[in-house]
Design a binder for this molecule. Structure first.
Ligand SMILES: *Cc1c(COP(=O)(O)O)cnc(C)c1O
Length: 484
């Protein structure tokens, strides 16, 4: 595959204008912010430039071109109507510094989104400011920190299960807490006896994900909530993956006091694309005075920004958060309706269990119990043929599929060589079957022709790459690239 530099021919340009004088003089009139000294740039024609980038774009794998079973990320296809509505110029042309009286539509949307999310989660109030899951966790932890400072300053520690997403301990530590790990039991849930030992009057909260990071529902959640509350702690819910619960169960009803939701997973913005996200944080009423300011409120028929919350942890972002992502979530929830959201969760759960059932002979599940929206499967049986999970994932690309999540840092220690597959509700039975067929065929190949896997992928533009070289050999200029 040639780079633009490879295609460069001295003297070629991507424009030609009929200048009055000569080109040199015309270019001299280019404004002062243009670079004074131009390092060597590729010299190509406009058509070559267009073809280069169009061809590159067409090699990009995305959810619009194929199945994206990346566990923990909910890379589901979302209806385009949400994009269209969020892209409406009546929204995109608003300025965040518009006076609230001139910005009633945006504020009304924010207020109604808070109400919808409160309804879906069983919480009382929300902030829409945080820009991603980890940012939402930080906001939630700061709220708990402020609350404990006012009510019980001895509580300086936060309990976190060993299966938790890595952002959980990081957020708790950033908010000023000491973190303590709670082990999992053999069924993949929180070890209740260990929790009982650890839960003392130095503990401010426990951070939990449910379904947890390996796709299992925490069966003892009510007992956990009772134990933690009885000993004066609070419950934080990492709601990054609400795709198995929306419309079915409300975290607020399970006993959680604070939560964040990743709108850029479950609510119509895909995760992992590197684009903007939004992680609203919801709280029960007794914590509402700590929410970041300004809070969007309704006064009669008017919507306003309330700054006057003396206990507030302060701003979490500029302006109102990522409005485009909030608008997509609003459009999605309104267009799905309550029954639609529940149907989506049910389909996500059925699809994950279907994948588990179809693949469990070839790839033994890490836990032998029903899963929620994703399933963890092992490639350990292919060890003896010299085939790793990485080889299987690479080979899957030859069959036209994006690999699932592999070697997730939070997989339990006993679960070696495991992948996490999240099929999502949007995929058809045919697509899921084709994916399972491919993985089963790859398992046969592992036994019969392991070399096909260890050198895969073969049919992609870029074949097997050295995964660590990019971090070790840093290229800062075109010349380095030629020499390396
Ligand atoms: C994705 C995820 C997060 C982090 O969300 P970001 O938006 O990537 O910061 C936190 N917890 C869980 C369980 C997740 O799946």
């Amino acid at each position: 595959m040639k780079t633009l530099y490879d295609k460069s021919v001295e003297g070629r340009t991507a424009f030609s204008f009929a200048f009055e004088g000569d080109t040199e003089r015309a270019l001299a009139a280019v404004p002062a912010y243009a670079r004074s000294e131009v390092k060597r740039l590729p010299e190509v024609s406009e058509l070559e430039l267009v073809r280069h980038f169009t061809n590159l774009a067409q090699q990009t794998y995305c959810v619009d071109t194929g199945f994206y079973p990346l566990g923990s990320c909910t890379m589901k296809y979302n209806p385009k109507v949400n994009e269209v509505l969020a892209g409406d110029t009546r929204l995109t042309q608003r300025h965040p510094l518009d006076a609230p009286e001139d910005n009633q539509g945006v504020l009304q949307m924010c207020y109604e989104l808070k109400e919808l999310l409160a309804d879906i989660t069983g919480m009382d109030d929300f902030t829409l400011q945080p820009a991603c899951g980890a940012h939402g966790e930080l906001a939630g932890m700061l709220i708990i920190h402020a609350y404990m400072r006012d009510h019980d300053p001895r509580r300086t520690r936060v309990l976190i299960p060993d299966s938790a997403h890595g952002t959980n301990p990081a957020s708790a530590a950033m908010a000023g807490f000491e973190t303590v790990t709670v082990p999992s039991d053999e069924r993949g849930g929180v070890d209740l006896a260990a929790l009982d030992r650890l839960m003392d009057d130095t503990v401010a909260a426990i951070m939990l994900t449910n379904p947890n990071t390996v796709g299992l529902f925490e069966e003892n959640i009510v007992a956990i909530a009772e134990l933690v509350h009885a000993r004066g702690g609070l419950l934080y819910y990492d709601g990054a993956n609400l795709n198995a619960l929306m419309g079915l169960i409300r975290p607020g009803d399970l006993g959680f006091d604070v939560l964040h939701l990743n709108l850029h997973k479950t609510f119509a913005t895909p995760h992992g694309g590197g684009g903007p996200g939004a992680a609203p944080v919801g709280v029960k009423q007794f914590l509402a005075s700590y929410l970041p300011v300004p809070v969007v409120v309704r006064r009669g028929n008017e919507y306003a920004l309330e700054d006057d919350r003396p206990g507030s942890i302060g701003r979490m972002s500029a302006f109102h958060g990522n409005i485009g992502v909030l608008a997509k979530a609003y459009a999605y929830i309104k267009s799905m309706g309550c029954d639609g959201l529940a149907a989506a969760s049910r389909a996500a759960i059925v699809h994950a269990n279907y994948v588990k059932a179809r693949l469990s002979a070839a790839y033994p599940p890490a836990y032998d119990r029903p899963v929620m929206h994703e399933t963890v499967l092992s490639a350990k049986p292919y060890d003896k043929y010299g085939v790793t999970l990485l080889d299987i994932a690479k080979r899957l690309m030859d069959y036209g599929f994006h690999p699932p999540t592999i070697y997730f840092p939070h997989f339990p220690p006993f679960a070696e060589e495991v992948m996490m597959v999240e099929p999502t509700e949007s995929e058809s039975r045919e697509t899921i079957d084709a994916f399972c067929d491919a993985l089963i065929r790859i398992a046969d190949e592992a036994r019969e022709h392991p070399e096909l896997l260890t050198s895969a992928p073969h049919g992609t533009v870029v074949t097997r790459v050295d995964s660590t070289r990019a971090a070790r050999v840093v290229i800062t200029s075109h010349r380095d690239r030629k020499e390396s």
